[in-house]
Write a protein that binds this ligand. Structure first.
Ligand code: ADP
Ligand code: NI
Length: 214
């Protein structure tokens, strides 16, 4: 298979597996992240095949999406063998998808340019209008309120608190979203994040103004 076919077959394979996905890791998220990652890769000079395959598969090892990270990884690895990637390419892709998630900010920074690009693209999708919408959908699916003024806003959480603590959609802005612009890796990622970050700030001010005093 040539690179175009490898990407096309992987798109179909991933889309199929995310058909029932409702936690904000749906196919449209993957598609947006992949497009954005490919654009940034071109500007930053990262390897297109590695970036594209990692972006397409990055959520297939998330335990919100699959039974366990281990099973998810095996599934992705087997697929990458099927489409004829080299061992070195597989190693790069699997390293990217296992190291890039936010995990409450507790994860180590990623090191390769390709990983930086995919992580930036994923983070951009957590910002801006789409990021706000995803946050409210996710909070709703967990049974969290959109906002609860009695919950104190905490910006530093352990992984367990980040995952299991009581929060709200607005709380998530402080726990994660507002931090992302300073965590972007590439120059192009940073510049794309700024506009979306400003949109979050504007949304928050308007939201809290409309909420008024308790
Ligand atoms: P990804 O790695 O694809 O960004 P996550 O699993 O971290 O995905 O989250 C999916 C979406 O839901 C993101 O937009 C994220 O900001 C949002 N999200 C994650 N955790 C929460 C939460 N506790 N409350 C509200 N939104 C959340
Ligand atoms: Ni993602």
């Amino acid at each position: 298979m040539d690179h175009i076919q490898m990407i096309e077959e992987t798109r179909k394979w991933v889309k199929n597996q995310l058909a029932e996905e409702k936690t904000g890791h749906d196919w449209y998220h993957i598609n947006r992240v992949t497009k954005q990652a490919q654009e940034i890769a071109k500007i930053e000079g990262a390897d297109d095949l590695i970036v594209t395959l990692a972006a397409l598969t990055h959520d297939l090892i998330d335990d919100k999406v699959v039974a366990s990270e281990e099973k998810g990884l095996k599934n992705v690895e087997d697929w990458l063998v099927t489409i004829g990637t080299t061992e070195d390419q597989r190693k790069q892709i699997l390293t990217i998808i296992t190291t890039m998630s936010f995990k409450g900010g507790t994860n180590k920074p990623v090191t390769t340019l390709e990983a930086q690009v995919v992580q930036d693209a994923d983070r951009l999708d957590a910002l801006g209008a789409i990021g706000i919408a995803r946050t409210f959908v996710y909070a709703g699916s967990k049974g969290d309120p959109m906002y609860d003024p009695t919950l104190s806003i905490r910006e530093t959480l352990t992984l367990d608190e980040y995952r299991n603590g009581r929060s709200s959609a607005i709380g998530h802005f402080y726990e994660k979203l507002l931090k992302l612009k300073d965590l972007m890796n590439t120059d192009e990622g940073k510049s794309r994040a700024l506009e979306r970050h400003q949109f979050l700030e504007d949304f928050l001010s308007q939201f809290l103004e409309e909420w008024g005093q308790d």
